[in-house]
Design a protein around this ligand. Structure first.
Ligand code: ZN
Length: 133
């Protein structure tokens, strides 16, 4: 796995540091020797209680039209006993649809840039569903 750039100063020379753990997720931490600051790998899911796989799966099931209780049942059975609340699931849906909307808006404002968007197809579907309702 390639090392990330320092989010503070942009340096590409960062050192692996301690791991950061919450209830369910362990993330690799890094220390930047340029600006002497600590940061955690960024995958768009930093600061979340649940693992990325669980969140993406929940969004996918939401797009498929499953009810919240069915989504929770699936997550519980397929992801080793995770059972996020309805509120958590709805938060994920809202948060990632906003993210997609923002990216789409930026693209529309300047279509010549042709930037590559690194978002899950699943997340894009969620964005479409939410904005067309
Ligand atoms: Zn730095």
């Amino acid at each position: 796995m390639s090392r990330p750039n320092c989010p503070h100063c942009g340096s590409t020379w960062v050192n692996k540091a301690r791991e950061v753990k919450n209830k369910y997720v362990t993330k690799q931490g890094y220390k930047c020797p340029e600006c002497d600051r600590f940061f955690v790998e960024r995958d768009g899911f930093e600061g979340k209680t649940y693992p990325k796989e669980v969140i993406v799966d929940a969004l996918h099931l939401f797009v498929e039209g499953l009810s919240l209780s069915k989504i929770r049942e699936h997550l519980y059975q397929h992801h080793g006993g995770y059972s996020p609340s309805d509120g958590s699931i709805l938060n994920w849906v809202r948060e990632y649809s906003e993210l997609v909307e923002k990216f789409e808006k930026e693209q529309m404002e300047d279509p010549k840039i042709g930037r590559k968007i690194h978002l899950d197809e699943v997340v894009l579907k969620v964005g479409k569903k939410c904005t067309t309702q």
